[in-house]
Design a protein around this ligand. Structure first.
Ligand code: ADP
Ligand code: MG
Ligand code: MG
Length: 211
């Protein structure tokens, strides 16, 4: 697919919801190691709220789909991750605005804006060992692939691949934000849970675009 349609946008987050369901125990185990063991449950609740919101109010545009989803995540998840992923989607929706066609360049700009939203709302920087450390390399890879002439689906697959590598690289970081920062050096060696759920979000987008 060369653009993000409303159908692809809903397939994206439905796919993410399914992946969270399949990986709930794993996400919780990652959070048990350096946090409070609720990441899987937090996101399961958030993803279910997104789908309930859409069922009650079927979105007719990408902007509406992402706005409803972002509001559901911000409003339902008690943990840090819900408001942050919610902010990502709300900022992406704002960047898209009332455009009826979300082409590759618009989607890349929307993901970059969403990532900036996480950075600002979380007051985090690269290397702090958070979801931002998976998102930024992925957005950079997306831009590079598009600049190199790759079609959107392939470029997004490259971005998702970069996100998975970056998720794994969080094991080499010491947490400086969020709950895990209380552990200091003892957070070394563990993958950040939010980087793992962010990698699932990127994978789901690549899949929804047909990669
Ligand atoms: P909580 O830490 O409140 O229990 P979750 O377990 O659902 O929330 O989410 C934890 C994840 O949220 C972390 O692994 C990290 O990726 C992300 N996170 C936490 N605090 C921040 C922050 N200030 N900025 C960006 N991401 C953060
Ligand atoms: Mg937690
Ligand atoms: Mg918690």
């Amino acid at each position: 697919m060369h653009e993000l349609t409303v159908g692809a946008a809903t397939a994206w987050l439905r796919g993410w919801a399914a992946a969270i369901g399949e990986n709930e125990q794993h996400l919780t185990a990652l959070d048990a190691a350096i946090g409070d063991a609720d990441h899987g449950a937090n996101l399961r609740r958030g993803a279910a709220a997104v789908i309930e919101r859409w069922d009650a109010h079927p979105p007719t545009s990408v902007h509406e789909a992402l706005t409803l989803a972002g509001e559901a995540l911000v409003g339902t998840v008690g943990g840090a991750s819900g408001p942050l992923f919610g902010t990502l989607l709300l900022r992406a929706a704002a960047e898209i605005g009332d455009r009826t066609t979300v082409d590759a360049a618009t989607l890349a700009a929307a993901l970059r804006a969403g990532t900036a939203g996480v950075r600002e709302r979380g007051r985090v920087e690269l290397g702090d060992k958070t979801m931002l450390d998976a998102l930024v390399p992925a957005v950079d890879a997306l831009d590079a692939a598009l600049a190199g002439g790759q079609p959107l689906a392939e470029a997004m697959a490259a971005a998702a691949h970069a996100g998975r590598s970056a998720r794994d690289a969080t094991a080499r970081m010491v947490a400086r934000r969020g709950r895990a920062s209380q552990l200091g050096d003892r957070s070394l060696g563990a993958i950040d849970p939010g980087s793992a759920s962010a990698a699932l979000l990127l994978d789901a987008l690549a899949a929804a675009l047909g990669a």
